[in-house]
Design a protein around this ligand. Structure first.
Ligand code: BYC
Length: 328
């Protein structure tokens, strides 16, 4: 519904020449920290970068509901169950705001969902790993939501208005998610030996995939230069990864847990925690569709989409009935 009037963006117009002087004026607005709004002129490549990023982000929220949804029926108490249901529901809401933000750029939600279900769209690598124990729900909140916040707080200052505004609310909710995850880890870490071992095992399995969430190293990142110039991104992938490591390692030590990285050490000269080499072959493999859960995640999304067909049909019929009644 947000795409009306913006349908020109549907063709791939990146090769078309930009109007004379428009590019310089656009960059001057960006440099002056003005927000770009849906009906403003923007270079085709800027529009396409945003559609790519916002849609990947929306898909990540929607697929991200699956690994945690898997534990709703097995949460260890009513309080934990209520918090987990609310968190998963928040993620569905984030997906909706983000699809709506993408629609302001001239692409429809139906089209984006079709791309996801056809296996043509990317979503965050992290959601292709399994949730084997209850401690994984703690580790996801603490590490995955923690990494997401580190990446997403700067997106509240993104140059594209609708994305920046959507991110403000999303970040507030993500920070609650991060705290509930840390609290689960704290409870387990202070629990029985078995519970502590469960927390340690979850940290070992989620640590490296969480570092991969920030994307390839700066040397390998194809899109960072343009996105930084356009102030879509405010920090590079490696800068954000380092901020995350610096914030998270002391939290892990507070929990009394050990990071699965023999090279992890504090460097007093730079004030940073230095970490070992990331296994980029594993990252590429997950992106290529061969992670532990890629196939299962897509199958579950396709089934959920088919099961929801009657809801979409009923909502459309209801809207049509209201429209007809209003017109009568
Ligand atoms: N997984 O040139 P680069 C969440 C792709 S959290 C999969 O550096 P860019 C949540 C990248 O798309 C996660 N693909 O790209 C948390 C590109 O491929 P294409 C969602 C990845 O855009 C908790 C290629 O690799 N957050 O939602 O400058 C609970 C080269 O990368 C990944 C967002 O999406 C990855 N980890 O930087 C529930 C935030 N990393 O498109 C939900 C917004 C890279 O050329 N997005 N790729 O085929 C961003 O900040 C940036 O897009 C990224 C990548 C930092 C992810």
């Amino acid at each position: 519904m947000y795409t009306q009037g913006l349908l020109h963006a549907k063709e791939d117009d990146r090769a078309a020449p930009e109007p004379a002087g428009a590019l310089a004026r656009f960059q001057a607005r960006i440099d002056a920290e003005e927000k770009i709004e849906p009906n403003d002129w923007m270079p085709a490549a800027y529009r396409h970068t945003l559609i790519r990023m916002i849609s990947q982000h929306a898909h990540s929220e929607i697929v991200g509901m699956l690994p945690e949804g898997n534990w709703i029926t097995r949460a260890p108490s009513l309080r934990r169950k209520a918090a987990l249901i609310a968190k998963v529901q928040d993620e569905g809401g984030h997906g909706l705001y983000l699809y709506a933000a993408a629609e302001t750029l001239g692409v429809s939600r139906e089209e984006l969902v079709e791309q996801l279900l056809a296996g043509k769209a990317k979503y965050s690598s992290i959601f292709n790993y399994p949730t084997l124990t209850w401690a994984d729900i703690g580790a996801i909140g603490w590490l995955v939501d923690g990494a997401a916040i580190m990446n997403q707080i700067p997106l509240c200052r993104c140059s594209y208005g609708p994305y920046a505004r959507a991110m403000i609310r999303i970040c507030k909710e993500e920070s609650f998610h991060q705290r509930q995850g840390f609290e689960i880890m704290l409870t387990l870490a202070r629990g029985t030996d078995e519970q502590k071992a469960m927390a340690q095992d979850a940290l070992e399995r989620w640590w490296w995939p969480s570092l991969m969430m920030f994307g390839p190293s700066d040397a390998q990142s194809q899109h960072s230069d343009a996105s930084l110039r356009w102030k879509i991104k405010r920090f590079s992938n490696d800068e954000l990864r380092q901020k995350f490591v610096d914030a998270t390692v002391p939290q892990g030590h507070f929990l009394g847990l050990t990071f699965p990285d023999p090279d992890l050490r504090y460097d007093a000269a730079s004030g940073h925690w230095l970490f070992g080499a990331i296994d980029w072959a594993e990252f590429r493999n997950v992106l290529a569709g061969n992670g532990p859960c890629n196939r299962q995640r897509l199958e579950q999304r396709r089934k959920a989409h088919e099961d929801g067909e009657w809801v979409r049909a009923a909502a459309l019929a209801y809207a049509e009935k209201r429209r007809a009644r209003a017109a009568a």
